[in-house]
Design a protein around this ligand. Structure first.
Ligand SMILES: [Zn+2]
Length: 257
């Protein structure tokens, strides 16, 4: 029987580093099998539905790998999604996905599940989340590479994200555009529809300057600020303050076929 990874965990190791560690099992009756036949390939992605970085190969016996110098970890600290693949020789045996999340808390998980069920099956409103392509760095067309200062407005290349490549393809998310519903918190509601609050899911994790397209209104909103709603030490949802983009904003090209 081929060996397998029985347990895998990820932990923050400071603001810009994470440590992945694993435990493995080898068949004790398979005398020909040996831990040196195995390797672990680790890669990461900033978005669960797009490509991963070039994998880094590690010996299975190392049991852990540390990634340092990670840029752009958000204030919530769970930007990257990790893929761990177990190989025996050239043969891929299994793939595991993992991301950095707060320590599991049973009560917080119950709150989050209840809220997500209400959003998905009772309110039933969806939006498209366009996440910036962060890992490739600044847009060379509209940002001064040396100083990091913007040098042009309304950049067609990055659609205003100021990131090389602009935005990823959208992911569908649930949205609560009327935050007093299901929260009983009227302070989240503003009469100004150009600056307002949306409640967004905890995963995939939205970030500042990401764009939300709320199809029901046909309007693009840019996320200006994010505040996680925390209960029992766990994140339940994200309160995003958003700004409606004017109709002539270059980001509307995202909606063109
Ligand atoms: Zn640009």
């Amino acid at each position: 029987m081929p060996g397998k990874i029985v347990d895998i965990d990820i932990a923050s190791a400071g603001r810009n580093a994470v440590v992945l560690n694993w435990a493995y099992w080898l068949d004790p009756y398979d005398l020909a099998d040996n831990v040196s036949n195995y390797s672990v390939h680790v890669s990461y992605s900033e978005h669960p539905e797009v490509g991963y970085s070039q994998p880094i190969s590690v010996d299975l016996s190392d049991k852990e790998v540390k990634f340092e110098g990670l840029k752009h970890l958000s204030q919530l600290g769970f930007l990257y999604y990790w893929k761990v693949e177990l190989y025996r020789g050239q043969e891929l045996l299994e793939t595991k996905l993992i991301w950095l999340k707060p320590k599991p808390d049973g009560i917080a998980n119950v709150f989050r599940e209840k809220y997500e069920i209400a959003m998905k099956y009772v309110l039933r409103k969806t939006a498209r989340l366009y996440m910036q392509r962060i890992t490739e760095g600044a847009c060379p067309e509209c940002v001064d590479i040396r100083t990091g200062d913007p040098i042009a407005e309304e950049c067609e290349s990055c659609l205003g994200s100021r990131k090389k490549g602009g935005y990823w393809d959208p992911v569908e998310i649930w949205i609560n555009p009327d935050p007093e519903v299901f929260t009983d918190d009227n302070s989240l509601v503003s009469s100004d529809r150009t600056m307002r609050n949306f409640l967004l899911p905890f995963y995939p994790s939205p970030r500042e300057k990401d764009i939300v397209y709320f199809e029901e209104e046909g309007v693009l909103y840019m996320i200006n600020n994010l505040v996680p709603n925390v209960r029992s030490g766990g994140y339940i949802y994200i309160i995003a303050s958003v700004i409606a983009l004017p109709r002539d904003h270059v980001a509307y090209k995202l909606l063109e076929p």
